[in-house]
Design a protein around this ligand. Structure first.
Ligand code: OGA
Ligand code: NI
Length: 360
């Protein structure tokens, strides 16, 4: 990644400003607090963070530090190998597992390389993105020879972070006024995946991005970032890009598109991106908590009413996932799939609301 290929260059409006605004505002939540004890504000704190930012950080989250550190070390070892070793487990086009250094976000190439694996092995997903194709296929993880412990440390880390995801999804359910286990069933045959990100130093951080602006398509993301920094979140109140300051041992949590739809937009999936760095390399590890492929994602009935009609048409999560993966490894001429494509137009919502009011 020595010279800057035009494929990496962002349109003017998406190039980063070099001034940094640091987010004192992104809430830091202590998960050791008992959610149901008298006077506990844990559930409402999570609800407020989801509503206001779509992002928060957690401490005392229960994931052993040692497992995270082992994985961070193994990731450095894997990406530290010569390219010819890394590409030995290059990801096949659509499949999520393996190495890639050609990812695109919104059709611009990212200044990063990744190694992906899934929490469950194999995962079952639709064979193709075509709506009429009912076939499913199994995707298996692939592991490099070096470092030899990579598989074990990845699996152990993912197991721990999955527990945290269940804890968070239960707190989020409570914060929406729903029973804690409301969402659990969707994750029975989860297709969650974990990514090791390596952002090498970039000679042109004013032109390219480590990772272009995007929203996460799954339910929830749990991100470990190192101490370099570079993650920016689009502040809902004014659309400014705000830097998330690295907090040692904390995880950054963000609401994905699926929670936006389930909650009928009480919570929103917020845009974020990663600024490239001309001097330092950066590592991060997101865990994408994804429901089973056959999940039909739609606003929960408990959260909709005649006055507050569903704002999304139901969609098949597996098809969404496979379509997204198909668009990420090459430059396309069309926009990649987004949940906005399933949004019910405002005019139609207003009509339904008027009807509901007039019969009431
Ligand atoms: C992602 C992501 C942020 C980061 O991979 O979806 O937003 O800091 N990563 O690497
Ligand atoms: Ni993301």
């Amino acid at each position: 990644m020595g010279e800057v290929d035009p494929a990496f260059i962002q349109d003017l409006e998406h190039r980063p400003k070099l001034a940094i605004i640091e987010a004192e505002g992104i809430p830091l939540i202590d998960l050791s607090v008992d959610a149901v004890s008298d006077g506990s504000t844990l559930v409402s704190d999570i609800g407020d963070a989801c509503k206001k930012w779509g992002f928060f950080q957690v401490i005392n989250h229960g994931v052993p530090l040692e497992k995270r550190e082992k994985l961070e070390k193994a990731a450095r070892e894997f990406f530290g190998q010569p390219l010819e070793e890394r590409v030995k487990i290059r990801r096949a086009e659509v499949r999520v597992s393996g190495y890639s250094n050609t990812e695109h976000t919104k059709n611009v190439r990212d200044w990063k390389e990744v190694f992906d694996f899934t929490r469950k092995n194999p995962i079952i997903v639709p064979a193709s993105a075509r709506p009429d194709d009912k076939q499913v296929v199994e995707w298996y993880n692939q592991w490099p020879e070096y470092p030899p412990q990579l598989r074990e440390v990845c699996e152990e880390y993912a197991e721990e972070v999955e527990k945290l995801c269940f804890k968070l999804i239960q707190l989020i359910a409570l914060s929406l006024g729903l029973p804690a286990d409301t969402f659990n069933g969707f994750f029975k045959d989860q297709i969650s995946n974990v990514r090791l990100n390596h952002y090498p130093p970039c000679p042109a951080p004013e032109l390219a991005l480590g990772l272009g602006r995007h929203k996460d398509g799954g339910a929830l993301t749990v991100l470990a970032q190192d101490d370099v920094g570079g993650l920016e979140v689009k502040r809902k109140s004014d659309g400014e890009w705000i830097r998330v300051k690295p907090t040692p041992e904390a995880f950054i949590i963000n609401v994905g598109d699926i929670i936006q739809v389930w909650s009928n937009e009480r919570y929103e999936s917020v845009e974020h991106r990663v600024i490239a760095n001309s001097e330092k390399e950066r590592f991060s590890i997101p865990f994408f908590f994804n429901p089973a492929h056959y999940t039909i994602v739609k606003p929960l009935e408990e959260l909709t009413s005649e006055e507050n009609p569903p704002r999304y048409r139901p969609y098949n999560w597996g098809k969404f996932f496979v379509t997204r993966k198909g668009g990420n490894f090459k430059k396309l001429d069309v926009e990649n799939i987004q949940i906005s494509h399933f949004r019910v137009p405002e005019s139609e919502l207003a009509n339904r609301f008027e009807k509901a009011v007039s019969v009431a």
